[in-house]
Design a protein around this ligand. Structure first.
Ligand SMILES: C[S@@+](CC[C@H](N)C(=O)[O-])C[C@H]1O[C@@H](n2cnc3c(N)ncnc32)[C@H](O)[C@@H]1O
Length: 278
C-alpha cells in the first residue's frame, strides 16, 4: 500500500481499538451469529485436525470450532490485539474444547511450515494492510491440501451496517489526510478470487451470506458500530466528547430509509470463501 499510508501506525490503531472494544465486540457478536455458523459449516473442521484461527478477536470461531476437533485436535487462536485474546481466554469454559492462544500479526507468523490442516479468518482479511502477506503466511503454515475458510464484508453499497456510520462520519468530520483501505474491497468476487489464486490457493468456492440486524434506536446502531470498528472506534474515542455525542445523534439521519415500526432493520452482505492449498 502506498501514497503515504503508514502501515505501522495503522496496525497500532487497529490493535489499540480492538483491545479497547474486546468485551463489547464479544457482547455484540450475536448480531452476526448466522455468519459465524455459515463460516464454520463451510470450514467443516473435523475431529483430530489442527486449525489456525487468524484475527480471532474474542475467539468466536475458535470457541465454536474446538468441540468439533476434540479430543485429539485443537485450534490456535491468534490476533494482533492481545486484549482480545485475554478476553477470549477468560470466556473459555471447562466444557469448551481445546483452544490455544498466541498474539501474532497475521502478516508475520512465528509458526512452523506445513503445520495446520485448516485456517479460518472471520472478517479479518480486509483489516490487514498487506493481505497478500497474510495469505502467503497461511499458505506456508498449511499442510499441502490444507483448507482455508474466510468471511469478508460484501461490496461497497451492500453493507449498510457499516456504511451508514461511515457516511455519518464523512458528513461531520474532515476527510482523513491519508484514506484507509476500503473494508469492502474483497466483497468484489473477482478481486477476492484473484487475490486467493495469486496466493497459491485452488478449489475456490464463494458463497454470499446476507443477514439483518435489528436496532431499537439509532443510538443502539451507533453502539454496535463502535463495538465492531476497531481502528475507527479508536480514532473516534480521541475526539472531543461533544463531537462524539454529535455523531451519535446525527446518525439517525443516515438511517431514515431503514426505519420501520419498531426501530431500524439494517442489512449486511458478506462473502464466505473456501479454498485449498495446492
Ligand atoms: C473485525 S474483527 C474479527 C474478529 C473475529 N474473527 C470475528 O469473526 O468476528 C478483526 C480482528 O482482526 C484483528 N487484527 C487487525 N489487524 C491484524 C493483524 N495485522 N494481524 C492479526 N490480527 C489483526 C483485530 O485485532 C480484530 O480482533
Amino acid at each position: 500500500m502506498s501514497g503515504g499510508f503508514d502501515t505501522r501506525r495503522f496496525k497500532a490503531m487497529e490493535r489499540a481499538g480492538f483491545n479497547r472494544i474486546a468485551a463489547d465486540y464479544d457482547d455484540a457478536a450475536h448480531l452476526r451469529a448466522s455468519l459465524q455458523e455459515a463460516l464454520i459449516a463451510a470450514a467443516a473442521p473435523a475431529p483430530g485436525e489442527h486449525w489456525l484461527d487468524l484475527a480471532s478477536g474474542p475467539g468466536l470461531l475458535a470457541r465454536a470450532m474446538a468441540p468439533r476437533l476434540a479430543p485429539d485436535g485443537w485450534v490456535l487462536a491468534t490476533d494482533i490485539a492481545d486484549g482480545m485474546l485475554a478476553h477470549a481466554r477468560r470466556r473459555l469454559g471447562p466444557a469448551d474444547g481445546p483452544v490455544h492462544f498466541a498474539a501474532a500479526d497475521a502478516e508475520h507468523l512465528c509458526l512452523a511450515d506445513g503445520r495446520f490442516d485448516g485456517a479460518s479468518i472471520g472478517l479479518g482479511l480486509f483489516v490487514f494492510p498487506h493481505p497478500e502477506r497474510a495469505l502467503a503466511e497461511l499458505h506456508r503454515v498449511l499442510k499441502p491440501g490444507g483448507r482455508i475458510a474466510l468471511s469478508v464484508w460484501g461490496a461497497a453499497g451492500t453493507v449498510p451496517l457499516i456504511e451508514r456510520a461511515q457516511q455519518c462520519i464523512a458528513r461531520l468530520l474532515p476527510a482523513p489526510k491519508v484514506p484507509r483501505p476500503s473494508v469492502f474491497r474483497f466483497g468484489e468476487a473477482a478481486y477476492l478470487t484473484a487475490t486467493l489464486q495469486a496466493a497459491g490457493f485452488t478449489d475456490l468456492r464463494l458463497e454470499p451470506h446476507d443477514f439483518h440486524c435489528r436496532f431499537a434506536d439509532a443510538g443502539a446502531y451507533w453502539d454496535a458500530f463502535l463495538a465492531l470498528a476497531g481502528g475507527a472506534t479508536e480514532a473516534l474515542s480521541r475526539l472531543p466528547a461533544e463531537m462524539q455525542q454529535a455523531l451519535r445523534a446525527a446518525v439517525a439521519e443516515d438511517l431514515t430509509d431503514l426505519a420501520d415500526t419498531d426501530g431500524y432493520h439494517v442489512p449486511a452482505s458478506t462473502l464466505i470463501a473456501t479454498a485449498r492449498r495446492a
